[in-house]
Write a protein that binds this ligand. Structure first.
Ligand code: PGA
Length: 250
C-alpha cells in the first residue's frame, strides 16, 4: 500500500517565486517515489497558482486551515468552499498550531463536517500537549476524536485521515518512538470504532512530529501508520527528496 505523505509548508516560503521552486523540487521527488503519494499544503495564497500549474496525478493539494462556512463576514478568513474552488482536495483540520491559537474541538468538528460535504478529504489532526505517567493523554486524545466525529456518518469515516501529532514532538529534534506510535494507532482505531462503528477499522492514521529521513522508515514499518504529516523536512527540497527515498526503501 502506498504511503501518504502530507507536506505542511506552514508559513513558508516568503515568495511565490520560491514556492514555485520548492514545488518543482517536490514534484520531482514525488515522481521518483513509486511507494508514496504526496499531498502538498502550501500557504493558501499560493494554492491556486500552484494547482493551476500542475498537470500530473501524483500530487494533490491541501489547505492548512480554513473556515467551515462558504461565505460570510469573517475578515481575514478563507473558506473551505474557496479552497475547493482553488482545486484543493484535502483540508488539514485542527493542526496543533491552530488549536494553540484558540481553535476548539467544536470548531474542528464543524470543519470536518463542512469538508466532507464539499468532498474534501479531512486530515484531522489530534495529539496531546504533554505526556505524564498517569496516561491522561489517552483521555485527551479520546475527547478530540469523540467531538470531531460526532456528526460524521459511518460511511464517511473511511474517507478521513487522522494525523496523530503529539505537540511535544512537533518542531523538535525527536520524533515519537515507533513502538509508542503503534500503541497510539491501536488506541485511535479503537476510539474511532467506538464512536463510528465498524467503519472505524478502515480509518487511515498518519504520524506527524519531527519526521525526517532517519526516523521515517522505522516509523512506517513499526508504527502501524499509513503515512506522515511533515513540516520542516518538507520545505527543504533536498531533505524532502531523501525522506521520500527512505520511505521508498521500506
Ligand atoms: P515538524 O512539523 O515536522 O516540523 O515537526 C510537523 C507539523 O507540525 O505538522
Amino acid at each position: 500500500m502506498k504511503a501518504i505523505v502530507v507536506t505542511n509548508w506552514k508559513m513558508h516560503p516568503a515568495t511565490m517565486r520560491e514556492a514555485k521552486r520548492l514545488f518543482e523540487a517536490t514534484k520531482k521527488a514525488a515522481d521518483a517515489a513509486k511507494g508514496a503519494s504526496v499531498v502538498v499544503a502550501p500557504p493558501a495564497i499560493f494554492l491556486r497558482e500552484l494547482s493551476a500549474l500542475y498537470r500530473g496525478k501524483k500530487i494533490a493539494f491541501a489547505v492548512q486551515h480554513a473556515h467551515p462556512e462558504s461565505v460570510g463576514a469573517h475578515t481575514g478568513e478563507i473558506s473551505l468552499a474557496q479552497v475547493k474552488d482553488a482545486r484543493a482536495q484535502y483540508a488539514i483540520i485542527g493542526h496543533a498550531e491552530c488549536r494553540a491559537r484558540g481553535e476548539t474541538n467544536d470548531e474542528v468538528r464543524r470543519k470536518v463536517v463542512s469538508a466532507l460535504s464539499l468532498k474534501l478529504t479531512p486530515i484531522l489532526c489530534i495529539g496531546e500537549k504533554v505526556r505524564t505517567q498517569s496516561g491522561e493523554h489517552f483521555e485527551f486524545v479520546r475527547e478530540q476524536i469523540r467531538t470531531a466525529l460526532l456528526e460524521i456518518a459511518p460511511a464517511h469515516i473511511a474517507k478521513m485521515l487522522i494525523a496523530y501529532e503529539p505537540v511535544w514532538a512537533i518542531g523538535t529534534s525527536h520524533a515519537m518512538p515507533p513502538r509508542e506510535m503503534h500503541e497510539m494507532s491501536i488506541f485511535i482505531r479503537k476510539m474511532v470504532v467506538e464512536f463510528a462503528g465498524d467503519a472505524g477499522h478502515k480509518v487511515r492514521i498518519l504520524y506527524g512530529g519531527s519526521v525526517d529521513e532517519k526516523n521515517a522508515g522505522a516509523m512506517l514499518r513499526e508504527g502501524d501508520i499509513r503515512g506522515f504529516l511533515v513540516g520542516r523536512a518538507s520545505v527543504n527540497a533536498q531533505e524532502f527528496s531523501v525522506l521520500l527515498q527512505a520511505i521508498e526503501a521500506v
